[in-house]
Ligand binder design. Structure first.
Ligand SMILES: Nc1nc2c(ncn2[C@@H]2O[C@H](COP(=O)(O)OP(=O)(O)OP(=O)(O)O)[C@@H](O)[C@H]2O)c(=O)[nH]1
Ligand SMILES: [Mg+2]
Length: 194
């Protein structure tokens, strides 16, 4: 599998041409979006990770095998972010979702130790409104015991009124969930990631 960086954009006037089905990765700052993208792509550092959270307000586009586009969406929910910035984030994502005909699936990442909050609900509603498939992924699964894992999944499934089986849990440390994510991508786009 071959992947490369296309470009970063700060607003929807600069989006790259719509070439291939697009998969977006959304979630709170520090939830593990970039780490998950690297793991799925089998790359160590294509997508920058662990930098100062909450500083980037960019959409980062990656070409995957000349078949798909992956988009690292700006992280939200960082404590130091003002109301104005939060509104800017919501507007940016709204116009991106609205404009992007090729956007096929958006993963919404949630730290397995947290709950679904207003931002995640907002994202789920926006995506539903624009008829874009969404999939909740619970990240950092290695941080909880097997017992807690099931409890957390059950609670979060209930919060969003979904079946537990629909939730994917993921860890870059153990590699759990990677197969499920790849499967979800191929089911949504018809493109096999190999
Ligand atoms: N234990 C554990 N740590 C993880 C996992 N995934 C990511 N991390 C760590 O969490 C931190 C944040 O990961 P990133 O991938 O940079 O998170 P992000 O969502 O891209 O963050 P922003 O770009 O700031 O929005 C890093 O220190 C990662 O090493 C995981 O599955 N398990
Ligand atoms: Mg990141």
């Amino acid at each position: 599998m071959k992947s490369n960086f296309i470009m970063s954009v700060a607003n929807v006037k600069q989006l790259p041409p719509q070439m291939f089905p697009e998969i977006a990765f959304a979630g709170r700052s520090n939830v593990g979006k970039s780490s998950m993208m690297n793991a799925v792509l089998g790359r160590k550092k294509l997508v920058k990770t662990g930098k100062i959270p909450g500083k980037t307000r960019l959409l980062n586009f990656f070409n995957v095998n000349d078949r798909l586009v992956f988009v690292d969406l700006p992280g939200y929910g960082y404590a130091a972010v003002s109301k104005t910035e939060r509104a800017g984030w919501a507007r940016l994502l709204d116009s991106y979702f609205r404009k992007r005909q090729t956007l096929t699936l958006c993963f919404i990442l949630v730290d397995i130790r947290r709950t679904i909050e207003s931002e995640e609900m907002e994202l789920l509603e926006l995506l539903a409104e624009y008829n874009i498939s969404s999939c909740i992924v619970l990240t950092k699964a290695d941080k909880v015991s097997q017992n807690q894992l099931l409890n957390r999944k059950t609670k979060i499934a209930k919060d969003i009124d979904a079946e537990v089986e629909k939730l994917i849990h993921f860890s870059v440390i153990t590699g759990e969930g990677k197969k499920e994510i790849i499967k979800k991508i191929s089911e949504s786009t018809g493109v096999e990631l190999v």
